[in-house]
Ligand binder design. Structure first.
Ligand code: ADP
Ligand code: MG
Length: 139
């Protein structure tokens, strides 16, 4: 089934000018970038986006990090996009990420781990809607 997933290229990656390299890996893996924009989100927006993690010890640091510098938000489309993008990203902690994954290739640490990807169909739908309106997504 063709799916869409929400990807974020996080501040550690935009700061190091590796947005293009990450997009190269995404496109080489067969994803179509059907929407994309570079934005700087506010702390409140980050807190809302990561609300699911609000009880976690790292929540405040995570939200401050995501709002600290520009991010690239994008909608990726592909057969089985949600699980396949999780696989391309690699494990949350880059120390555990496999060779050939984005996080193994580029991430600095578990908190500066370069990319976000939706983890399920419902979160993908909600996360895409959080950042994009229908007319911004081109199939
Ligand atoms: P993922 O991004 O792989 O889906 P989670 O949804 O569990 O991972 O966590 C969201 C983000 O919070 C992670 O990408 C990472 O940047 C950060 N994070 C997760 N666990 C930790 C941790 N133990 N310490 C610091 N940051 C963490
Ligand atoms: Mg997650």
């Amino acid at each position: 089934m063709i799916e869409r997933t929400l990807s974020i290229i996080k501040p550690d990656a935009t700061a190091r000018n590796i947005t293009g390299e990450i997009n190269g890996m995404i496109e080489s893996a067969g994803f179509k970038i059907v929407a994309q924009k570079k934005i700087k989100i506010t702390l409140d927006q980050a807190r809302k986006f990561y609300e699911i993690h609000k009880e976690r010890s790292f929540y405040n640091d995570l939200c401050e990090f995501l709002s600290s510098a520009p991010v690239v938000v994008q909608v990726l489309e592909k057969e089985n996009a949600i699980a396949d993008y999780r696989a391309l990203m690699g494990a949350t902690n880059p120390e555990n990420a496999e060779e050939g994954t984005i996080r193994k290739s580029f991430s600095i640490s578990i908190d500066q781990n370069s990319v976000h990807g939706s983890d399920a169909p419902e979160t993908a739908f909600n996360e895409i809607r959080f950042f994009f309106s229908e007319i911004e997504i081109v199939g």
